[in-house]
Design a binder for this molecule. Structure first.
Ligand SMILES: [Zn+2]
Length: 144
């Protein structure tokens, strides 16, 4: 239910695991063992006494991000430092390493490339990049 929120928290550079359907009990065990806060739209789960949890109120992604950043007092320090797919850290790679892993026209057209250390997904500043950064700035200005 909060998959888009998880993806955007990763765009913001925040360590975010997305857990598929598990019982509340299992979820709490994971949160405790990894020292994580649960973000949920389940009111009952958010009111549990074992683990810190935030009840995500809005269905709107911008509102969700603002709420979570405020509630947990989080700073956006390194946007675009995590893989939106797997939460792994992203590292910059050279043109040689990108060769064969990004489309030819992208390779010819861009100077900077990144790769996820965990899943190997490649990133470059594509057409969505500007829009994502703009949105991040908007979120940050709403939080402060
Ligand atoms: Zn990844």
């Amino acid at each position: 239910m909060l998959g888009t929120l998880a993806k955007w928290l990763r765009f913001l550079g925040l360590d975010t695991e997305f857990i598929g359907p598990v019982s509340d009990k299992e979820l709490k065990v994971i949160a405790l063992s990894e020292a994580r806060v649960i973000l949920t739209r389940d009111k009952e789960l958010s009111n549990n006494k074992d683990v810190e949890a935030v009840y995500v109120e809005s269905g709107d992604i911008d509102d969700q991000l603002v709420q979570v950043l405020r509630a947990l007092n989080l700073e956006v320090e390194e946007p675009m430092s995590r893989c939106s797919t797997c939460n792994g850290l992203i590292e910059e790679i050279g043109r040689e390493e990108a060769k064969g892993n990004v489309p030819e026209d992208v390779l010819a057209d861009r100077d900077m490339f990144w790769r996820c250390k965990e899943c190997g997904k490649h990133y470059w500043q594509g057409s969505h990049w500007g829009g994502i950064l703009e949105r991040i700035e908007k979120i940050k200005s709403q939080v402060s």
